[in-house]
Design a protein around this ligand. Sequence first.
Ligand SMILES: CC(C)(COP(=O)(O)OP(=O)(O)OC[C@H]1O[C@@H](n2cnc3c(N)ncnc32)[C@H](O)[C@@H]1O)[C@@H](O)C(=O)NCCC(=O)NCCS
Ligand SMILES: Nc1ncnc2c1ncn2[C@@H]1O[C@H](COP(=O)(O)OP(=O)(O)OP(=O)(O)O)[C@@H](O)[C@H]1O
Length: 196
Amino acid sequence: MNLRAKDKLVVGLTGSILSGKSTALSYFARNGAGVISADELVRQLYQAPAVQKQIVRWFGSCKPAEVARCVFADESARRKLEKYLHPKVWALAAKQIKQAPQPIIVFEVPLLFEAGWNRKTDLTITLLGDERTLPARLKARGLTLAEYKRRVAGQLPESEKVRRADIVLANRGSKTDLGLKIKRLCQALNTIYALK
Ligand SMILES: CC(C)(COP(=O)(O)OP(=O)(O)OC[C@H]1O[C@@H](n2cnc3c(N)ncnc32)[C@H](O)[C@@H]1O)[C@@H](O)C(=O)NCCC(=O)NCCS
Ligand SMILES: Nc1ncnc2c1ncn2[C@@H]1O[C@H](COP(=O)(O)OP(=O)(O)OP(=O)(O)O)[C@@H](O)[C@H]1O
């Protein structure tokens, strides 16, 4: 990690499923950061006819729920989809990072370490969700515990995401608590990195 003054700081934000990454991302935006979501870029790619054609050829459908059923039950299918989509996601993200006018850019990626994109960022953050409220969050998202476990099995264990991160943010209080932590973190990053 390079702690010299910079014009732009690229932060990789990760965490387990439903840990609160999108919520955290919106708080970074509120504090003036440029924000990019890999899940959102994946959703945009699913709108492209060429991508739809390839995904339908492989999985018979390009509806996310149906693709999810195929890829989280079959590791080689998941890896094939990732190998196809990840370079496209990175190409879109790299363009947005380059064009972003903000001094801090936060890139939210569920598979930040798995994809090796931590090496393309200046600083990594792992967000820790609250296991006590996980059942309610799963219900709200329409995911069963079995589906959740299959997705998590496709990711690094949370302990490893914690070990590899520069910063670990616990999201175990209220949303207001998380918002305050992120406000202070943005202030600290601006000072530490002497961002313009
Ligand atoms: C599997 C798909 C169809 C599921 O779509 P769906 O709308 O249900 O979920 P969404 O995209 O919003 O992702 C929700 C969460 O699922 C988990 N997840 C998504 N893809 C993966 C994956 N390849 N491996 C493990 N977990 C994953 C993440 O925690 C993510 O935050 C979609 O996520 C997909 O195409 N994934 C492959 C691309 C990928 O690796 N995306 C992750 C970001 S680069
Ligand atoms: N501190 C909190 N207190 C209460 N609810 C929260 C908190 N943080 C997040 N949530 C809620 O938990 C749910 C999941 O949060 P969010 O969508 O931000 O997670 P995520 O990690 O981006 O999810 P995914 O893995 O599906 O991409 C949302 O309904 C959100 O409003």
